[in-house]
Design a protein around this ligand. Structure first.
Ligand code: GLN
Length: 485
């Protein structure tokens, strides 16, 4: 599989595999753990609070990709950023494994900080491996996307079983062991990476470096002081208003960034048109993840409480249902890649907004199935697993028309000098999507099962309208943007 690729890819493949194993394994348990009663070892939070915390958590992971990339570029270099990121994530999972409520938010904060450091730097390093083999880069990224999904299969399978069947904290420990294994393997294989990503990409003076380190330390100190006050009860956090504020904050960063780059980025007309396309993709992708990320929130609650999961009198863990998504990504990616290539040869390859429009409509179809399932559960007490499986099938097809394509489009459309930042902006769309997902999940589950079909149908309606608008404007938009001036 790796034969034509740079040797370093294998190192990054396994590191990302174990990082995603720990990320998805833990994320799968998160809402279930928070909403479980104290008697069941959980935190007994309401659905709406647990969903908002899930949103804040998942969104912060992607939001911190911006400073994480910045630290990798200026201070640490990618190799070290990945290593320290992995160590911090491992610590976070082991803190979560401690059976105390007070340490829970510390654990989560560590996982957020570590992932923010690891994820953007490992993605950038994959690209850098291909400086001399540009033609293999796309297929390198495809292999990397496979690592992500093989990791999630393992995470859902192992952490899901241990967490749901044996005890929550065993699931969190398994995530910690997975990341520890990944980071030990990484450290051991570092010589294979050689000089790629060894030093920071940007040459800055020692003075600037010291100033940067002071800034990062100060910000970290502020985060931990606020957290400490929160845990001691000195400051009270209400997750729902906090999630609303975060949504505004992330949207403002995006608006200000795009405004800044348009006005002060010294872009020519062509580059401005490319950025316009990136804005369209950004908004569509944020909407897509807002729906898709129900997997770890409202769908998790639906799977656990209202889905019949018995096989031969054994009730399998609810998280296992999510495994369909990564399995299908691994199985279907090569077919979709072949489809785009063959359509491309016939000059029929659909434009980017068209593909994103299709992705949103596929997501909407997925929501119709889970809404049917929820209605069945309202009348029968529970629904068959097929409804969630159908939802995951359509959501995966949507993911494949949006996520890998978006990644490639960003690297093609970004002005050369801004590629790194644009990758950060791409993750910012995931961040905005995740926080909206948390808020939507709160609305979907607020009154238990009865509120689910109403909201799922609303999302289906909204996503299909948005998808259709994208398809309708795709032609004129493309004509305008591709026009040479
Ligand atoms: N599944 C992909 C990953 O974990 C993309 C997720 C996202 O961008 N929201 O990397």
């Amino acid at each position: 599989m790796f034969s034509d690729h740079p040797k370093g890819l294998k190192v990054l493949f396994y590191t990302e595999l174990w990082e995603r194993m720990s990320y998805y394994g833990m994320r799968g348990l998160l809402v279930l753990f928070m909403t479980a009663s104290i008697a069941d070892g959980g935190l007994n939070y309401s659905n709406i609070s647990a969903s908002a915390i899930y949103g804040i958590y998942a969104s912060s992971v992607y939001l911190l990709a911006l400073p994480g990339g910045w630290i990798g570029d200026r201070i640490l270099g990618q190799q070290k950023a990945i290593f320290y990121g992995g160590v911090i994530i491992t610590l976070g999972h082991f803190i979560l494994a401690i059976n105390f409520t007070s340490t829970f938010f510390f654990g989560l904060t560590f996982v957020v900080l570590g992932t923010g450091l690891l994820k953007p730097n490992i993605s950038a390093l994959v690209g850098e491996l291909y400086e001399k083999k540009e033609e293999l880069k796309q297929s390198g990224f495809t292999l990397f996307y496979m690592a992500i999904n093989i990791g999630s299969v393992l995470g859902f399978f192992i952490c899901g079983y241990l967490g749901e069947k044996i005890g929550w904290h065993y699931g969190f420990s398994a995530a910690g062991f997975g990341m520890a294994l990944g980071i030990i393997r990484y450290k051991y294989s570092l010589p294979i990476l050689g000089n790629v990503g060894l030093k920071p990409n940007l040459q800055i003076t020692n003075l600037e470096k010291r100033r940067d380190i002071r800034l990062v330390t100060l910000l970290l100190a502020i985060v931990f002081i606020i957290l400490f006050f929160g845990i001691l009860g000195i400051v009270k956090f209400d997750p729902v208003p906090l999630a609303n504020i975060l949504t505004l904050f992330i949207s403002s960063i995006a608006i200000l960034y795009f405004f800044y780059i348009f006005v002060f980025g010294s872009l020519d007309t062509k580059e401005k048109k490319n950025i316009t396309m990136i804005i369209v993709l950004f908004i569509s992708s944020a909407f897509f993840w807002a729906g898709f990320d129900q997997a770890g929130s409202s769908f998790s609650i639906f799977a656990k409480e209202y889905t019949n999961r018995f096989i031969f009198n054994w009730e399998y863990p609810s998280i296992w249902i999510q495994i369909l998504n990564p399995i299908l990504v691994v199985v279907l990616s090569p077919f979709l890649a072949a489809l785009w290539i063959s359509l491309g040869k016939k000059m029929l390859d659909p434009s980017l907004p068209f593909k994103f429009g299709i992705g949103l409509i596929l997501m909407a179809i997925g929501f119709i199935f889970v809404a049917i399932g929820a209605n069945i559960a309202i009348s029968n007490g529970s629904a068959g697993v097929k409804w969630l499986l159908l939802t995951y099938l359509f959501h995966t097809l949507g993911e494949l028309t949006i996520s890998p394509i978006g990644l490639a489009a960003i690297s093609d459309l970004s002005p050369k000098k801004y590629v790194g930042q644009m990758m950060g902006i791409w993750f910012l769309a995931s961040s905005l999507g995740a926080i909206m997902a948390g808020l939507l999940s709160g609305q979907a589950t607020n009154e238990g099962l009865v509120s689910m079909p109403i909201l799922f149908n609303k999302i289906a309606f909204g996503a299909s309208i948005f998808g259709m608008i994208l398809i309708i404007i795709s032609r004129p938009l493309n004509r305008f943007l591709l026009e040479k001036k």
